[in-house]
Each structure stands twice: as structure tokens, then as C-alpha cells.
Design a protein around this ligand. Structure first.
Ligand SMILES: [Fe+2]
Length: 215
């Protein structure tokens, strides 16, 4: 069952990526998350392996988290650290990749490209799955060709859905099907700036609870 108090995918660290451009925006995002019933948020700032090293990213992420930290508490959701890692050819061999996993776990939130996936990325994806120290979680699977995701789910990959996908009339049916089959491990808001993602969160929670609860 999906835990609707855990937002597994969110861009809420101030000035770490394009998800928040100030401390004020980050705090407002956290307030909105709390109002939507979220108790824990994983801050999954974008990591682009062609742009920087894991070490450089982790140091930037820590600086950003330290700006936010003194303001946490007082009814705001708890913030844990993670990353949204964009795949590249050979990512399975990247130095320090395991350090990008969600804090305290071996789960790596992996983003696939929004163009057709070349064969070498499929190879990298399956090589990542073979690593015993990493459990891949595929980010926002509602944004990719459903037949790719069907195959990956059957092959044992964990799926993360965005609330937005569940709210989309075009995508909803497939999202529910994956959730009912038990393939969806996590829901994410994928909040960027002050978007409407937490309104979608509440709607997605209601839809999934109703549809999956019927089974
Ligand atoms: Fe994201």
C-alpha cells in the first residue's frame, strides 16, 4: 500500500535546483505539503551526471539543507535528503553513485529521458538493477511510454508515480492499474516552485485510496 504521508519526490531545497529559488518559497512548499497531509518529504534535487560529480552535488545539497534546517519544526513535514538522478550511459559505474540514494536507504530515484530511450540506456538500467547495493526506483513513471513501464515493472523495478499522472484523465487508468498490481511503491508531488502539485496530491490520494481500496 502506498504511504500518502510520504512525498517521495520533491524539489524543495532553496537554490539547489530550479525547484525553489528562495528560503521563503521552500517554507511555503513545506506548508502546502503539510496541509495536504504529508508528514515526510524526500528532497530529491536534480543530479545531472554530465554536469557535476556526486561529491560536488552532495556538498551543494548540504549547504542548501543547512539554510533550511533552522526553520524546520513547528508542524512542518520532516525533510530527508535524496536525489533525482538522471540516467546516462554507464551511470552504473559512476563514482559515488550509492551516496545519492535516499538518506538511510539503498534506494536510488532514477530519471529516464523524455525522448526515445537508446539501447545503451536500457543496458545501463539493467546493469543498475544488478548492483546489490542499489535498489532503483523509477521516477514519475506516468511520464513515459506505458509499454516501457509495463516491461520494467514485470522485470522487478519499483515505480514512483507523480500525483499529476493520477489526476490526468489520459493517464489515470494506467496509473491505477500499476498501483493495483502492487508495482507502485511511492507517490511523489514533484513540486517545483509554488505549483499546484499538492492540490493534485490530495486528489491522487483520494483516487488511489478509492480505486485500490475496492480490491
Ligand atoms: Fe523531479
Amino acid at each position: 500500500m502506498i504511504d500518502f504521508t510520504l512525498d517521495y519526490h520533491a524539489h524543495i531545497l532553496p537554490n539547489c535546483d530550479h525547484g525553489s529559488n528562495s528560503l521563503q518559497v521552500s517554507l511555503k512548499q513545506l506548508e502546502m505539503a503539510g496541509a495536504a497531509g504529508v508528514h515526510t518529504i524526500i528532497a530529491t534535487s536534480h543530479f545531472y551526471p554530465d554536469k557535476e560529480s556526486a561529491g560536488s552535488f552532495l556538498s551543494r545539497r548540504e549547504d542548501s539543507y543547512q539554510q533550511l534546517l533552522p526553520h524546520l519544526g513547528e508542524g512542518l513535514p520532516e525533510v530527508k535528503l535524496g536525489a533525482e538522478v538522471l540516467i546516462c550511459s554507464g551511470l552504473d559505474r559512476l563514482d559515488g553513485l550509492e551516496r545519492l540514494c535516499r538518506q538511510g536507504t539503498n534506494e536510488l530515484l532514477l530519471e529516464m529521458p523524455f525522448y526515445d530511450w537508446p539501447e545503451d540506456l536500457w543496458e545501463t538500467l539493467y546493469s543498475l538493477q544488478e548492483r546489490e547495493d542499489i535498489q532503483v526506483v523509477l521516477a514519475h513513471v506516468d511520464r513515459y511510454p506505458p509499454d516501457y513501464i509495463d516491461q520494467l515493472a514485470e522485470d522487478g523495478f519499483c515505480l514512483q508515480l507523480n500525483a499529476e499522472g493520477v489526476c490526468s484523465r489520459r493517464k489515470r487508468k494506467k496509473c491505477i492499474q500499476w498501483a493495483k498490481a502492487g508495482y507502485v511503491r511511492y507517490l511523489g508531488s514533484d513540486i517545483h516552485m509554488l505549483g499546484n502539485q499538492y492540490k493534485q496530491w490530495v486528489k491522487a490520494k483520494n483516487v488511489l485510496t478509492k480505486k485500490c481500496g475496492e480490491e
